[in-house]
Each structure stands twice: as C-alpha cells, then as structure tokens.
Design a protein around this ligand. Structure first.
Ligand code: 13P
Length: 262
C-alpha cells in the first residue's frame, strides 16, 4: 500500500477581515510544529492573498485561491488568472467547488458544460505550474437518486479526456458531497471511503501509478472530533475544510489528526 502524505486544505470561503485573518494565521502558525507530517494549505478570499503570503512565507504552510479563470488575461471582469496566482506564490488552486457551480448554474449553464469549463481551468492551472484541487461531489437530489458514481465519473472522465491522465499526477482531488457541506452532517468514513476508492479505481484503469500517487481529500462538515476516523480510511488522504478552518484551534486539531495518521 503506497503511503501518500496527507493534505489538509482550509477554505475560508467569503469570510473574515484582515484583522480576523491575522488572528487566525497567528493561531495556526504558533501550533504548526504539532502537525509537521501533514501538508497544510490555506485558501483565503483573494483580497487577503498578499497578507496570507506575507504571513506564511518561510513556513511549511502553503496557500492558494478559491477559483481561477480558464483564460490567461483579457476582458473578464472580476476574474483572477493563473499568472496572477503565481505572482502571489500560490501553490494550489481550488477548482469546481460546488458553491461556484451553483452560481454558474444560476446563469443557465448545465452541469456537463460546467465539467468542461472545470477541465479548462484545470488545464490552465497545470500549464502555469499551480496544483489544481478539483472538487467533485453529488447534490442532495443526485445522492437520493443513487447517482453519486455517475456524477463523479462524468467529471473525472472529461478531465482525463481533455488533459490526459498524466496531468493528474500534478493534481489533487476532493470529494465534497454537496449534502454534507456546511450542514454538520458529514459523510460516514465508510461512505467516503467507498467513493474515494471508486475514484482511485477509475484512474487506475488509465494509469496505476497516478492512481496510487494522487491525494484524494474529503470535504463536508469535517471537524476536530470527526477528522481522525475519516483520515484513517485507506483512500482518504486528508480533508478540505470549510467552517472549521475559521477557528485556529479547531483547524489545528484537524491538521494534527491528519499528521498522526500518516
Ligand atoms: P464545511 O467544512 O463548512 O462543511 O465546508 C466544506 C467545504 O465546502 C470546503 O470546501
């Protein structure tokens, strides 16, 4: 069984201020020695990127943004490009988060079109040397209809078809069931393990080496007290954390759970 280094990613979403960010960053940094065996990355709102870069430079903690444009530059008001992320030392970028999907769905794009846009964003991040964390997960309706694997396979296959499986060797996947996000109702470790294993096996059909190497994170109501059983599953390589990443002590507990599970 290959050992993959765990990764804990804190997605701050649209929360905080420069003063609360400072308190959070200080709280995490002072305890960083306690989770040295895990990779940790923070995803602040982009306006705080410079502050986060200044605080984390020289530490073992990485940072990134919550989205990026599939285009390199041009007339795309409000968007942020991959070269801009490089300008601020981003190692990772979140792609295809369900909250972004919902916004696009509101303007009439269907899920298949969105999967292709996500594949384009993935390609843009990879070209610029930024590691994409691709978020995949089923909605409550799809969950009720037993469509979890169908939804996940559709996006994975499009990403592989558009970019080649080798590109996945420089990527991270995150299984985020929409019904578990922000609801306090995490998937059980067994459910998440089954889905993660399905994802890994889907990749294995194309390339066993990449399948063994790729980190697959779980996201959806992960807290300090449910992180360890999730991370102890063989195909769960860490977490993508929302609400609990806004509290330094809670987030550190999750990072420690990942670190001890290595
Ligand atoms: P919560 O941890 O708040 O459920 O959010 C998960 C998430 O969406 C991380 O990207």
């Amino acid at each position: 069984m290959p050992v993959r280094k765990p990764l804990v990613a804190g997605n701050w979403k649209m929360n905080g201020s420069s003063s609360s960010a400072k308190i959070l960053l200080d709280g995490i940094l002072t305890q960083a020695k306690s989770f040295q065996s895990a990779d940790v990355a923070l995803f602040p709102p982009s306006v705080y990127l410079q502050q986060v870069q200044a605080a984390l430079s020289g530490s073992a903690i990485s940072w990134g943004t919550q989205n990026l444009s599939q285009f390199k530059h041009g007339a795309y008001t409000g968007e942020i490009s991959a070269p801009m992320l490089n300008d601020f030392g981003c190692k990772y970028v979140l792609i295809g988060h369900s909250e972004r999907r919902c916004l696009y769905a509101e303007i009439g794009l269907d899920q298949l079109v969105l999967d292709y846009i996500i594949a384009e964003k993935y390609s843009m991040a990879s070209q610029e040397g930024i590691i994409p964390i691709i978020c995949i997960g089923e909605s409550p309706e799809e969950h009720a209809q037993g469509k979890t694997e169908e939804v996940i396979a559709r996006l994975l296959d499009i990403v592989i078809e558009q970019n080649g499986v080798s590109a996945l060797s420089q990527a991270v996947l995150a299984y985020e069931p929409v019904w578990a996000i922000g609801t306090g109702k995490s998937a059980t470790p067994e459910w998440a393990q089954d889905v993660h294993s399905f994802m890994r096996e889907r990749i294995r059909k194309h390339d066993p080496v990449t399948a063994d190497k790729i980190q697959i994170l779980y996201g959806g109501s992960v807290k300090g007290d449910n992180a360890a059983p999730l991370f102890s599953m063989p195909d769960i390589d860490g977490g993508l954390i929302g609400g609990a990443s806004l509290d330094a002590d809670e987030f550190v507990k999750i990072c420690q759970a990942a670190s001890f599970n290595l």
